[in-house]
Design a protein around this ligand. Structure first.
Ligand SMILES: Nc1ncnc2c1ncn2[C@@H]1O[C@H](COP(=O)(O)OP(=O)(O)OP(=O)(O)O)[C@@H](O)[C@H]1O
Ligand SMILES: [Mg+2]
Length: 249
């Protein structure tokens, strides 16, 4: 079963050709990692999946994008985004909402919780899944500015999870956090596989080795290689992949 199926995707922003004939298959309940140098189109690819690309001025998207068996390019983007959570590179919790409210609002917006008790349960579940519960359970009504960067990032993960998404898009979620918090986030990501399909961008080959089931390598807007992570690490078939996995790119 596939969570995402992309065929011959081309993305243009004004005159620039950003994604070039991209074909990708992302199986359900896996961690699918996208690697590639800066500017290769990783974020753009994530934004096509949840249609955030619609907000880019001068954009043209061509090809086939099936997400959860829906034609994502024709679907109602609001309905689509209810089923797809996203965590951005820089943690962006709502500053005027408490830790509790940051998570609860996502569940409320998606109609996942019907009562206060259900809401409390979902907030706890999401914070536990994001490996943050123990650190915040005594201060759920504090504001996010009291959290460390890594905690804020895990709060964003909890917020995304509280929507009960089927797909989770993570754009370099550990880029700005320390190694201990990064490991916690990685653990959380791997433990989520039963419930969601994770599509994650990372620059770190070590991280990819720890979490990825599949890897796709983007270079200058093209997929140069994709396959099971083990296979890519053992027998990378392109020089670009070899360099990326050695951390030289
Ligand atoms: N709104 C935009 N307008 C014009 N060009 C854009 C826009 N967004 C992205 N691009 C261009 O598209 C290309 C791919 O950008 P993208 O953000 O997808 O790269 P990336 O692989 O995520 O890089 P990084 O690792 O630095 O985050 C880049 O050349 C970038 O300059
Ligand atoms: Mg990016």
């Amino acid at each position: 079963m596939l969570a995402v199926e992309i065929e011959h995707l081309n993305v243009y922003i004004r005159h620039a050709h950003i994604l070039k004939n991209v074909t990708l298959r992302i199986p359900k309940n896996t961690v699918f990692v996208i690697m590639g140098p800066s500017g290769s189109g990783k974020t753009t690819l994530l934004k096509v999946i949840n249609r955030l690309i619609d907000f880019t001025e001068g954009v043209r998207v061509e090809g086939v994008v099936r997400v959860l068996d829906i034609d994502a390019l024709k679907a109602d983007p609001y309905e689509l985004r209810k089923r797809i959570g996203m965590v951005f590179q820089t943690p962006n919790p709502f500053p005027h909402l408490t830790i509790y409210e940051n998570v609860a609002i996502a569940a409320k917006l998606n109609g996942v919780a019907r009562s206060k008790r259900e809401l409390d349960e979902i907030v706890r579940w999401a914070l536990e899944k994001a490996m943050l519960w123990d650190e915040v359970k005594h201060r759920l009504h504090a504001y996010p500015h009291q959290l460390s960067g890594g905690q804020r990032q895990r709060l964003c993960l909890a917020r995304a999870l509280a929507m009960k998404p089927e797909i989770l898009l993570l754009d370099e979620p550990t880029a700005n956090i320390d190694p201990i918090n990064a490991r916690k986030l990685e653990e959380a990501i791997v433990s989520l596989k039963d419930e969601v399909t994770v599509v994650m961008v990372t620059h770190s080959p070590h991280q990819a080795a720890r979490v990825a089931d599949y890897i796709a390598v983007l270079y200058d807007g093209r997929v140069v290689e994709q396959g099971p992570a083990q296979q890519l690490f053992l027998r990378p078939s392109t020089e670009i992949t070899q360099k990326l996995l050695r951390g030289e790119m």
